[in-house]
Design a protein around this ligand. Structure first.
Ligand code: SF4
Length: 151
């Protein structure tokens, strides 16, 4: 069983109320091979919601207390992101899942890249909060771009 970012299988859970539907992952979902999770919704955030970016580092720095999740208006939503990541991990554990396919560039899900915290569209290497937690807990994490290659 695979844990997959819910927006990748067509759930309208993105901050703007949309999704990131990925045809091959939707197909796997229809076959019953995927459990969709949205860490930001699991953390109690509403949809739509303000976008957030990690200021001061990446998901690793968030768990170490060195970086925070901030919205464009300066609201600190770090605790909701951490709560949602823990709940997503709980779900994975209950399902016996060992692998996640997470949406690239998300401050929660991004496995390899995130935005730099300035809301300028600039990407930097780094992991989202949930991706980092899953890796720390020994799960494999891929993105929608490399899940077949690293199958
Ligand atoms: Fe998609 Fe993850 Fe963002 Fe939820 S938190 S909308 S699953 S990328």
């Amino acid at each position: 069983m695979l844990i997959v970012s819910a927006c990748l299988v067509g759930v309208n859970c993105k901050y703007d109320g949309g999704n990131n539907s990925h045809p091959e992952l939707v197909e796997l979902y229809r076959k019953g091979e995927i459990i969709p999770v949205c860490p930001e919704q699991l953390g109690g955030l509403s949809t739509p919601r303000a976008p957030a970016e990690i200021r001061g580092g990446d998901g690793e720095d968030v768990w170490e207390g060195k970086a925070r999740l901030i919205t464009p208006r300066g609201e600190d939503v770090t605790e909701a992101f951490k709560r949602g990541a823990r709940e997503a991990l709980n779900l994975a554990r209950h399902a016996g899942a060992e692998r996640a396919i997470f949406k690239e560039k998300s401050p929660s899900c991004g496995p390899y890249f995130i935005y730099d915290g300035t809301f300028s569209g600039q990407l930097v290497a780094g992991k989202g909060v949930a991706a980092e937690l899953f890796l720390r807990e020994g799960l494999k994490v891929n993105s929608e771009n490399d899940f077949k290659r690293k199958g």
